[in-house]
Design a protein around this ligand. Structure first.
Ligand SMILES: Nc1ncnc2c1ncn2[C@@H]1O[C@H](COP(=O)(O)OP(=O)(O)OP(=O)(O)O)[C@@H](O)[C@H]1O
Length: 272
């Protein structure tokens, strides 16, 4: 894929002030955290985290191991409750939404988690088709042979986007770790989500595949208006593919700035 580079990128849909305090999105807000605190038992992970993410923003969430990036993503998706504060996702307050509303909401949200959780004995295509299950309420199990042709076509297209269409018929347990990760990404994007969360999507990918995946996320945000939130320990990826960077350290959101206003050194400071 082409390396667009930071300098050639289209302007992000929304800009934030370097401090993040006066962030004023011009596009609809897809995600809003208001004073979010998360504790496990007595142990606080982070406190009083607030931000608003506009539609079509690509946002890198960075911070050292254990600072709570995955936990924050799970709070944003409504998979776990915040201890204090509130989260709005696509206009719904997740902790106040009924299960049926949350289910509907999740049909518009893609997740690439650190564990890809593919169904080992099923084909790659069937695993990707599973990403459409949310759009067919009531269905629990599925395979590509049962899926309607448009769903199969969508799954194949998603596999093409991650460069794995030629593996459609292969069993998932015959894939390498990096191939499995790319299938999980195809599964996350097959339903054309409005919001995509990706937790260290490149962790198991070689440098070239990692660049391709980040490029894909960047295009989803810029060309298709998908709001993309990805965590990464790769400072270069955060600055190159994020319009905006959020940084957790010492239990607080210490950084909220446009990528263009930041240097690699600024981000490394979060790890001191
Ligand atoms: N279910 C849980 N119960 C108790 N503690 C938890 C739970 N999940 C996460 N934690 C703790 O919360 C803290 C933040 O974990 P989290 O996985 O969110 O960090 P992270 O920033 O994503 O880390 P990494 O960069 O290593 O992936 C850690 O100290 C972890 O041990």
């Amino acid at each position: 894929m082409t390396d667009l580079g930071v300098k050639n990128r289209a302007a992000p849909l929304a800009q934030s002030e370097p401090t993040g305090a006066a962030f004023a999105p011009v596009s609809p807000v897809d995600i809003e955290a208001r004073g979010v605190t998360k504790r496990f038992g007595e142990t606080p992970v982070f406190s009083d985290v607030s931000f608003r993410l506009a539609r079509g923003e690509a946002v890198a969430l960075v911070g050292a191991n254990g600072t709570g990036k995955s936990t924050l993503l799970r709070c944003l998706m409504g998979l776990i409750p915040a201890t204090d504060g509130s989260v709005h996702l696509l206009g719904q307050q997740t902790d106040r939404s009924k299960a049926s509303v949350l289910r509907q909401l999740r049909a518009n949200v893609g997740l690439v988690s650190q564990k890809h959780n593919l169904v080992p004995r099923l084909s790659v295509l069937s695993n990707v088709v599973h990403g459409l299950l949310g759009t067919y309420p009531g269905l629990r199990h599925w395979s590509h042979t049962l899926a309607p042709p448009p769903s199969r076509a969508a799954a194949l297209h998603a596999l093409e986007r991650v460069g794995l269409a030629h593996f459609a018929g292969r069993r998932a347990d015959r894939l390498s770790g990096g191939q499995s990760q790319r299938v999980a990404i195809a599964r996350a994007i097959v339903g054309a989500p409005k919001v995509l969360f990706a937790d260290e999507p490149c962790a198991s990918l070689d440098p070239s595949a990692g660049e391709d995946v980040m490029e894909l996320f960047f295009r989803l945000a810029r060309d298709e208006g998908v709001t993309v939130v990805f965590t990464s320990h790769n400072v270069t990826h955060a600055l190159k593919y994020g319009d905006r960077v959020l940084g957790l350290a010492q239990g607080r959101m210490r950084l909220d700035a446009t990528a263009a206003s930041l240097s690699a050194q600024d981000l490394r400071g979060l790890y001191d």
